[in-house]
Ligand binder design. Sequence first.
Ligand code: ATP
Ligand code: MG
Length: 330
Amino acid sequence: MDIAIDLGTSKTAVFIKGEGRVYEEPSVISFREYGHKKAILAIGDEASKIRGKEPVGVETVRPLHGGVIDQLDATKLMLREIARRTRIGRFLKKPRVLIGAPFCISDVERRAVLDAASVFETSTVRVVEEPLAAAIGADIDISESVANMIVDVGSGITEAVVISLGGIVHSESIRVGGDAITDALVNYFRNHCDLIVGERTIESLKPMLCDVYGQAEETITVKGIDVHSYLPQTRKITSGQVKDAILGPVSAILRTIRLTLENTPPTLSGDLIDRGIILTGGSALLKNLSCLIEESFGIPVRIANDSAGATLRGTGRMLEEMEVLRMLRS
Ligand SMILES: Nc1ncnc2c1ncn2[C@@H]1O[C@H](COP(=O)(O)OP(=O)(O)OP(=O)(O)O)[C@@H](O)[C@H]1O
Ligand SMILES: [Mg+2]
């Protein structure tokens, strides 16, 4: 009867209590408009493949941006289709829903999340703070009186929080994550290499292309379209050039961590030095990000297992163990 949802900027994932994860695909929807009505053509992986290749009259959008809902109608349409595919509407009558959202969002953004979740014809919807869910998903016992620091580096947002006794003691966030890194690389190739490279190409190259700390100077070949001739071409780019290209977003992530550390009460700082920082979110996998953070702040850093799945795992665990949730609310 209960479902957990991670409505992320790059992917949407759904967990049904007792069944586990039943859906995880990109937060993308493709539709055709007939007057005021929209007919869904594809969602998720299928819609991602269509993106950029649509015929006239078809639109493909990523309805979330910066960790929050940017296009409410498209988000609801996507969630309604997910409910149909996962048969939630059919078999789960009036489910209780836990849906993750960044800690820092405004009331208006929170209301949009509640509105979007209502497509599941819910009996109750609760918005849970994503960094708390991510901490639980990273196997941290958040109820302890020992402070833990989680840095969730997603696609649209990075949140750094200090947690103690089940609550957030201090948090800082910035609407920068994997998307900003992709954009920085797309711009770099266009402006410095005269090459148009698609977002999907950059996404697939990211694990090889982006090393934020390593010293080895490697050269990588990237395919794209020449800005002058419009013909397919390749360019070589070195690790050093990539580091420069993504310096802006990476520095912004480091600044967010620094602010959180600076604002943590001294009584808790000792715990952080002992326990270290735990990274969650897909962009935690940026090569050597953990080394860069360790080197910058002198605190050990650990990446959670399946870091991109931590939020859903934690939200799912909150469903399974409602006591955890009750404790958080009391
Ligand atoms: N190996 C990797 N190296 C670098 N980046 C990666 C890697 N694997 C995934 N990513 C990035 O992780 C991001 C997706 O992370 P995640 O699934 O946590 O985002 P999200 O939850 O959808 O977004 P948000 O929480 O910001 O709304 C993408 O930007 C992707 O490029
Ligand atoms: Mg996320």
